[in-house]
Design a protein around this ligand. Sequence first.
Ligand code: MG
Length: 383
Amino acid sequence: MKIIAIETRLTRIPFDIGAVPTAFAGMSWTALDTLHVRLLTDTGREGWGEGWGHASCATTRNAVDTLVAPAVVGAAIGEPAERAALSERLFRQLHLHGRSGSVIGALSALDIALWDLAAQCAGLPLYRLLGDAASRADSGGKSRLDSLTCYASLLRYGTPDAVARAAGRALERGYRDIKLHEVDVACVAAARAAMGHDVRLTLDTNCPWSVEEALARCRELAAFNLAWLEEPVWPPEDYAGLARVRREGGIPIAAGENVAGRLAWRALTAAGAVDFAQPSVIKCGGVGAWIDAAQEIGANGAQLVPHCAYFGAGLLATLHLQAAFAPQAAFERLFMDLEARPFGAWLDSSDGRIAVPQAAGLGCSADLAVLDRYALGPPTTIR
Ligand SMILES: [Mg+2]
């Protein structure tokens, strides 16, 4: 089996979060932008991937179109060793462009599509193909798993009233685990008051504070029984600073969505910086790099809780990885209603659970009619 073409498509799909979204993490969130990558082969099989992401999709797409696709069209990928060698070659060939960021996002998309094809060829859902590696990591993964619990990952609402209303809506939808993306303590207080104390609450701040500021905020947040505080420190690679916040702040720490590369994972976890480690499959280099991360995380005693703030093939890949390597963890599901769903009902949660696809590969191909309807410009095909 050979790669004969790589197609990239950008979509912009409006969503509803029950309020006007507030800008955060460098983006204004009114619609979800997604980069879809389709890998076509001479056998007629096709694999789907997704690369980070959101407002920077066009940059990642450019990296696929101009760097990745020309280097892989024509490559043989029929055997596992050929696929592994291709990914390894690309990581080495493109390392001068950086070891994280848009080029790694592009390589993530390629790698996810290669694993989609690998599992299709094996006739297994991806999580069961990964089950052997997961079993060696002592995480289970080989037996059938129909669904995962998930948590509602609320965008930033910015005012206590709006946060409380959103938390109430998440409870009405059946969630018993809610994450906020707020930085004001009053918003956290409002959510906790609306939720009561039986519902798990976590807080993601997206790297806003110095170490001293983070420690001061931890003292203010102590009353709200947070299960974790996510990315409280700028810059995200200040692992020693994060470790100090973890030691002295009194709240468990989560981080990792901005970490790429096995040695970076080792540095993060060996520094004692995190209780919960969050590899992101469309940012870290894809399925293979995610598994490397999981091994480092397990070796250093942190708990694996995958990141997933997207609704393309990356969400499907995360479902499979989590089913194989971290079936007890709650799956991150952004709390939003999309106007259209490129991968259908697999993107939905119900009563705080999300289904794991059982068909071979990722278990679902993108709906081309949805991709066309919400396209940001025409697709690009590199042959
Ligand atoms: Mg986060």
